[in-house]
Structure formats: structure tokens, C-alpha cells
Ligand binder design. Structure first.
Ligand SMILES: Cc1ncc(COP(=O)(O)O)c(C=O)c1O
Length: 396
């Protein structure tokens, strides 16, 4: 599809049609699961031709089959202006693959203080020993990020909204400032997905998804993706290939199937999430709700300006109380699972204690992150109402 055609067709349609090339679907609706390590060639000449063009057509299992290509293609089509997408065995592997494709020893990386904690661990434990330094910045800095750029700054990592505390960043202004200085921008766009925030159209060079969450949508597959502009895709692909990153065709099939219903699922996550968040904001035991779509969330104005909607993940802060009171709230919930990850069809509750280095975390009480799944919002609210009573009793 040409760039013009891609932007003219609505995202909902691209979501359904993306990646379903006739040569990959062979007459059926979904690209089938093509499992392969060895690919057989008719003769040595065909083998040599494939080796000369390993990014085009079947070559070897690590480079994928139509099952993985269809998923990558569909993700690319959701990002107008993108050249291509690479798939990774997890979201963390995607973050690592993206960073390693742009950084070299001696470079400096600027990272939002609200970044997903394992991204911070990767910078500390992998990038630092390679001679790549990381400096954290206040996620609400906006265009002021230009004041932090130094001689060695090579890349700017954003995550919007930020993990656990949900600050929305001024992505267009920050990416424009970086581009003016030749600095590469990377965004963890897992919360919004390209449906709610097409990142490349907003100026990002590389956009990262933990597909484990909303793309797969059913809590049964680990996967990550990075989608890049033409200027950055070749380095991204080469780095992914050098590190041997690949995903199984079975997992790619499940992710493609999840992707087709992303639009309707996100609408439901948004509706349920906002109903629960607004109800929580009115409860006396709750000090604050951190949800990008609610006024009062830092950067809410950028969410209004730039996003097509909200997903189902947010945090609320309890008014006073300690660990035991928070635990009594969470442990007794009937409709919320207690576990890591999010983006599946089921609701989850997680006790959270954010780690920050620029602005130390301060809150009125302990915090709980909720993922609102596809259940009836009134059932979830009744469950939380009982939980807040338990919290109040335990708080004393
Ligand atoms: C914002 C964000 N990015 C990346 C990841 C990592 O994804 P994965 O668990 O697939 O490695 C997560 C996981 O929770 C996440 O919340």
C-alpha cells in the first residue's frame, strides 16, 4: 500500500485488512500457521538467490514465514509513515532491540523518569557496561527537553503515559526538538497502541509495543514489536537479525487474531475504565485517581489534544493507610485477578510502589494499579466498594 493510500483508509479498516495479502492467506481469511526452520530450495541457484535477498521471501525460519510477516505488515499499516516492523519474543526484548539499533559506546540516552522499570534495569545493567550513559528527565518537561541535550546525546526515550503514574508527555514537541538536533526518538506506546496514538505521525522515529498486552489481548502470549520510519528501519532490522530475535508462528497467529478485534476491545476497556475511574475519584477513601482522560492527571491536555481515546489501565491512590490496609483491599477482590501484565480481557489489581530518580514518588497513601477488562463495570464497582470498606476498617 502506498503512503497516501495508507493514510486515506481509516484505522478500523486497516486493522481488519492489514497483512492479509493473497499470497500469504492463500484463499482463506487468516494467514495460516506456517511452521518452519529449514526452507527447501529447488536447486543451488535458487538457494543462492534467496541468500542474496534474505529479507524478501522464504529464506530460513529465523527470518519468519508469512505468518509472522502478516502480523508485522498489519502493525506497520497502523502507523502511517512507517517503513516496517520487527517482532520480538517479549516487550522487553523489543525495547532492548530498539535501543541497541540506535546506540553505540560513548552515546548518551535520555529516558523518562516514569519509564517501565525493566527498561531502567536494561539501561543500568546492559547499556552502562557498554559505555552508554543514561540520564533521566521529568516526563512533563515538554519542549524544555532541548535544554538537556548534550554533545553525546544520541537518543530520547519516551513512554506516554508513563508506567504506574500515567503522566502524558508532549510527544510532538519533544520529538520535534530532538529531530532538530539529529537525536533519535523512541516511544513505548503500549498503553495507547497505534489505534489511540499513531506515534510515527506524531513525530516518533521508533515506536515500541509490548504486544503481550492489547495486541494479543487474551493474556496467553508474550511478544513485542518495534515499528520504524524509513530512516531507522534498516538498522532496526539488521540489529534484530544479528541478535537472532524471532517469534514463533503459533504466537504470531494468536497475536494477529487478537489484533483484528483491538478496536472493539479498546472501546470497551475505555468505557469500563472511565466508569470505574470516575466512581473511584468520588470515594472518600481515595485521595487521587491517575488516569490520562481525567483532568488533574499530569499532561491530561496532551491526551485531549493527541489521543483518539483511552485504554483500561490506571492507578488510584488511597487516602492514608499502609501496606496491610492496601492488601486487605486487594486480597478480597472477587472480579480482579492479582498478577503482573495487563491488556487482556480480564480485570487485574496490582499494589504498586513507583521508583523515581528525578522526582521522588510522594503520595497520600499506598497506590493500586487497575486494569479494567471486559466485565460489566457495575460488578467491578461493587467489588471495589467492598474492597474500600475493608481498606477503611484495616486503616482504622
Ligand atoms: C509499558 C510497558 N512496556 C513494556 C512492557 C514489557 O512487556 P513484556 O512483559 O512483554 O516484556 C510492559 C510490561 O508490563 C509494560 O507495562
Amino acid at each position: 500500500m502506498t503512503k497516501e493510500q495508507q493514510t486515506q483508509i481509516a484505522a478500523a479498516t486497516r486493522l481488519v485488512e492489514g497483512g492479509r495479502r493473497p499470497e500469504w492467506t492463500t484463499g482463506i481469511v487468516n494467514p495460516p500457521v506456517w511452521r518452519a526452520s529449514t526452507i527447501l530450495f529447488d536447486d543451488v541457484a535458487a538457494l543462492r538467490a534467496a541468500a542474496a535477498a534474505p529479507n524478501d521471501g522464504l529464506y530460513y525460519g529465523r527470518r519468519g514465514t508469512p505468518t509472522q510477516w502478516a502480523l508485522a505488515d498489519a502493525l506497520t499499516e497502523l502507523e502511517p509513515g512507517a517503513a516496517g516492523t520487527m517482532l520480538y519474543p517479549s516487550g522487553v526484548a523489543a525495547i532492548a532491540g530498539a535501543l541497541l539499533s540506535v546506540l553505540k559506546p560513548g552515546d548518551e540516552l535520555l529516558v523518562a523518569d516514569t519509564v517501565y522499570d525493566p527498561t531502567r534495569a536494561f539501561c543500568r545493567s546492559v547499556l552502562a557496561p557498554l559505555g552508554i550513559t543514561t540520564r533521566y528527565y521529568d516526563p512533563t518537561i515538554g519542549a524544555g527537553i532541548a535544554g538537556l541535550f548534550g554533545e553525546r546525546t544520541r537518543a530520547l526515550f519516551l513512554e506516554s503515559p508513563g508506567s504506574l503514574s500515567f503522566e502524558v508527555q508532549d510527544v510532538p514537541a519533544m520529538c520535534a526538538a530532538a529531530r532538530a538536533r539529529g537525536i533519535v526518538t523512541l516511544l513505548d506506546n503500549t498503553w495507547a497502541t497505534p489505534l489511540l496514538f499513531p506515534a510515527i505521525a506524531h513525530g516518533t522515529d521508533l515506536t515500541i509495543l509490548a504486544c503481550t498486552k492489547y495486541i494479543v489481548g487474551h493474556s496467553d502470549v508474550m511478544m513485542g514489536s518495534v515499528t520504524a520510519t524509513p530512516d531507522h528501519f534498516e538498522a532496526l532490522r539488521r540489529t534484530a537479525q544479528l541478535y537472532g530475535n524471532c517469534v514463533s508462528p503459533d504466537d504470531a497467529y494468536l497475536a494477529s487474531r487478537g489484533l483484528r478485534t483491538l478496536g472493539v476491545r479498546l472501546r470497551q476497556h475505555q468505557e469500563g475504565g472511565l466508569a470505574v475511574a470516575r466512581w473511584l475519584a468520588d470515594q472518600p477513601q481515595v485521595a487521587r485517581v491517575l488516569h490520562p482522560a481525567l483532568p488533574g492527571c499530569p499532561g491530561h491536555e496532551y491526551w485531549v489534544r493527541d489521543f483518539n481515546g483511552a485504554s483500561g489501565l490506571f492507578t488510584f491512590i488511597l487516602d492514608g493507610g499502609g501496606e496491610a490496609a492496601r492488601t486487605s483491599l486487594i486480597d478480597g477482590l472477587a472480579h480482579f485477578g492479582i498478577g503482573f501484565s495487563w491488556g487482556g480481557y480480564e480485570s487485574l489489581a496490582l499494589p504498586i510502589d513507583p521508583v523515581r530518580s528525578v522526582n521522588p514518588w510522594r503520595a497520600e497513601g499506598p497506590a493500586v494499579r487497575l486494569h479494567i477488562g471486559l466485565e460489566d463495570a457495575d460488578d467491578l464497582i461493587a467489588d471495589l466498594a467492598a474492597g474500600l470498606c475493608r481498606f477503611e476498617q484495616a486503616r482504622g
